[in-house]
Structures are given as C-alpha cells and as structure tokens.
Design a protein around this ligand. Sequence first.
Ligand SMILES: [Ca+2]
Ligand SMILES: [Ca+2]
Ligand SMILES: [Ca+2]
Ligand SMILES: [Ca+2]
Length: 361
Amino acid sequence: MKNTLPVLVMCFISIGTFAQNCPHPSASIDLDVNNVRAKILNGGDLWWDPISTINTYEVPIGSSKNAIFCGSIWIGGYDASNQLLMAAQTYRQGGKNDFWAGPISVDTGSGASSITPATCNFYDNLYPMTKAEVNTFVNFGIASSGIINWPGNGNVSAGQLPYLAPFFDANNDGIYNHTSGDYPYFNLSGNYPVNQTTGLTECNDYLFGDKSIWWVFNDIGNIKTETNSGPIGLEIRAQAFAYSSTNPAINNTTFYKYQIINRSSGSLFQTHLGAWVDVDLGNFTDDYVGCDVGRDLGYVYNGDLDDNGTGGYGVNPPACGLDFCKDHSRIQMMESTIITMDLLMSWVRIVLCHRLCITIM
Ligand SMILES: [Ca+2]
Ligand SMILES: [Ca+2]
Ligand SMILES: [Ca+2]
Ligand SMILES: [Ca+2]
C-alpha cells in the first residue's frame, strides 16, 4: 500500500449542478478472460473490495498473487468562475466517496443536471458481455440474459441521453431490442470505419476484447466526501476488457476505456485526467515505482531480486505497467463535450511494456 503513482491534486465547490441523494455504489464483478483476474467496481475505483480492503488483480490467474492494490481515474478542472472542481477516488476511508452509479438527467428547460436515488440503484450494476455470447446470438439466435437485458438506451423522457451501452442497431430505429436482431456491439467484422474528421479509426461505439464489462457512473449522485469538491456534472461510461491470447503480452493485460461526458450547463477549463494507482507487486514492502515519459508509462518493479514475504512473487519477480493509450494534457471540456481516456495495465516478467493499444484499437 506504500507506493503510488499519483497524477493529480485536490479541490472544491460548484456550477449549476447540484449533488443528489444517492447511496454509494456497491456492485463488483471479475474480469477473468485471460491470465488476469481483475475486480471491476462501478464507483470509479478498481481492483479491490473497499469493504474488506482485499485486492484482486490476480496474475497469473489462480496463483493467489496480486500485482495491484487499487486505483481510480481522477478528473479536475476550473469552472467559468475559476473555481477548481475535482472528481477522484482513493480508499473510501470512513465511507468517503466521489462517484455514484447511473446516467445523468438534464432538464430541457433549465439545463439543470440531476439523478434520482432510484436511477443510481438501478445502475448499481456492471454489465459483462463476451464476444462468444454475441457470436452465438448472431449465428444461432440464442440470446443470453446479458443480451436480453443489455442497457443500450437511456430514458430520454427523464432527460437522459438516448444511447448508453454500445449496440449494433440491426433495424436502425435507435432502440435496443434483441428481438429485432440488435446486439451488444462487438465489431464482428473487425473492420472499423475511419472518422472523416480526425482520420483516426473510430472505435468509441464498440465493445472490445473477448470479454468486456460495461458500466456508467457520475459525480453528482451525492455530496463528495473524498475531495470535498462540488459536483462537475460528469457522466462516465466505462468499459474494462481483455483478450484471451497466445501472445503473453496481450494475455497478461487488461484494458480500460472511459467515455467522459460533461452533462453540466457550464464548461470545465484546463481539464486534467489521470489515473491514481496504488500498485502492490506481491509483497508491497519492497516495491519501487518508476516512469517512462516517452511511453506515457508508469510502472512498478520489485526493489530487489526476491519478492519475499507475504503474498510475494518470489525470486525473479515481475513488473507491472500502466500506459495511457491517448495523450490528454490539457483540455477545455465544453458543455456536452465528450472525451475519451484509454488505459492499459500490463504485467510482464521482464521490465518492458509495449504500447499495445496502438495495435488493438
Ligand atoms: Ca503500493
Ligand atoms: Ca433497434
Ligand atoms: Ca514486492
Ligand atoms: Ca524482497
């Protein structure tokens, strides 16, 4: 628990968005399709159980050895009054929290952002989907409960955005309904259209990996007690995914894709995004951390050749790296702006990390 890879700092108060009365998020599920078992939560933090404080970033899977304690995305920026606003999570000590489950509603008249406790409760969930499930549905018409209950659409009459989890819209009516042939959107052809504006491969509207876990959360569900900041009005759609592969570099890696939407009525200036990660490589008492600026890479390695002691990997210990697949230094996040942040966490036996996302996405 000692060494961390910090990225951002703290802060306060608000714009025309008001904190609501939601309960803390509680759902969790394991991403376990390759050589990693990673616990995914729906409150911004990852890889642990905040109640028991037991970590699960087990690699190799089944080894009872873990490489990370916990982590979270952090977001901060200034509103039009030059007020610093933050949304960040660390250890939730004493019930502290900055994120809640569910999509944000915006009043079409006043522009005010809100979310009800009922919506937070409904989305206190994670939505796993495998490419195999989708292939079975497409080829044989057999729909799993995950496909039947896929959260493709928001409640527009309640002021939510019309699209939530990515789906292939077979009948092009904008409504997710598996009985019409719609399915959670793994790109089965593997051909991704190129965005005509950016010239980049367009991949924000798909699921990735052999297994993907999708969820949606926000920073307005209640009073922020982790940073004491006012609400920003962020709706974050997240996706954690992994590939089962004979390539060890891919097989030891998990990926995280965040779509961050400003649902407030104001802009957030000089927005900074970061990942806070408390790495614990086996036994945490002998870890060192480092960074490789050229690769946008942060990593943890063992301070000596023997990761001895409780939970240790033993002699010839591995290293683990966190890579940002996209660079976001400074961003002006205008009203309704959507930005994305892509991360990967890779565990290697040699101190070497590839920018895997370039070849994947
Ligand atoms: Ca640590
Ligand atoms: Ca449809
Ligand atoms: Ca260690
Ligand atoms: Ca040691």
